[in-house]
Write a new protein. Sequence first.
Lengths: 216, 213
Amino acid sequence: MSDHDEHDHDHDHGDHDHEHDPAARRTALRVGALETLLTEKGFVQSAAVDAIIRHYEQDIGPMNGARVVARAWTDPAYKRRLLENATAAVAEFGFGGAQGEHLVAVENGPRVHNVIVCTLCSCYPWPVLGLPPTWYKSPAYRSRVVREPRAVLREMGLELPESVEIRVWDSSAEVRYLVLPEQPADASGLDESALANWVTRDAMIGVGKPHAPERR
Amino acid sequence: MSPELAAVRPGYDLRVNGIHDMGGMHGFGPVVVETNEPVFHAPWEGRVRALVSLALGSRIANVDAFRHAIERLDPVEYLSAGYYGRWLGALELLVHDWRARGESLETGGADTLRAVATPARFAPGDAVRTRNLQPTGHTRLPGYARGKRGIIARVHPSFVFPDTNAAGLGENPQWVYAVRFDAHELFGTGAEPNACVHIDLFESYLEPEPSDV
């Protein structure tokens, strides 16, 4: 095997995973053309692109929202502030920014279950939940959860009795929603940082419930 | 709105009842959940994500024009390109539009919160009905909620009006309300029991509805 072959082999990983797929190559070319143009116009620097990618991959995610929920479970005054003005309450953690400028927290209870969607695009509270998962952006979720929320939740593993009112929130303007789930009974007595491990992304969208962290 | 939109922005597409307006549609099958999903599935997705942030931050277009650009994609492309493929196609459209109008930048701020001089027309508990608006261009009144009766659940602040802002016709800020609709009002007798949908709607989408009580 020549050095050249090894070089090609290396390129089968990471950035060049899709290099041999014609459609993926076309997409990469289109992205490259846009980036070149926007760089020439002075709007884009490569380092800024890398920093944004890093931000969304590493800095934000459901671990942020989990800390908010855990504090609301353990601190009644914080919970009141969260339900009164979620934007200000999550800012106490330093969370905020794009798609988190106008947050509303909706509280689940024994008779009420909230679930979030954006039927028109895929609006989502980035600063507290990170970028949305693919299913949240899928036509299936966006089309169905407003019409048949119980069926969708059941498919996703959450069976709710008819006595529980389901409130779907279609975030069609600039307000972004965060579900405040109920603290599980078997999570009583834990401190805030331990509780944060119980809070899942799905529980804060409303398609799941908090549960004990899986043992590693 | 009217054909003058097409003159405002070269290439402006008037479609509104598009494939993006998915609420209540049938036929898309089960919700497929990917386990241990990465934030980006390919490096180009992250780059597109960042390019859109930087381009909108540089004011080549506002966020409403960006959302409308996604809606202007061919419906087959919309369904097949995936989320970041749609972002890529939309950014190409916006760059094209920006060059076509002489590379002028937007003047509005990044945030969309705007004070209005008039008090909110509706209060929590008020009965309203959505207008049966079928505007040409962009709107945030979903098709499944047109001409429907609801109750004001929350009064949000006032925001830039996407319908005009997307087309460069001004910010026209309005009060926004979370309106509660019973599932049966939206989806008829076959709707699931004990369910409702809250939709965030701009004031001009709503008219007062005579209340039964």
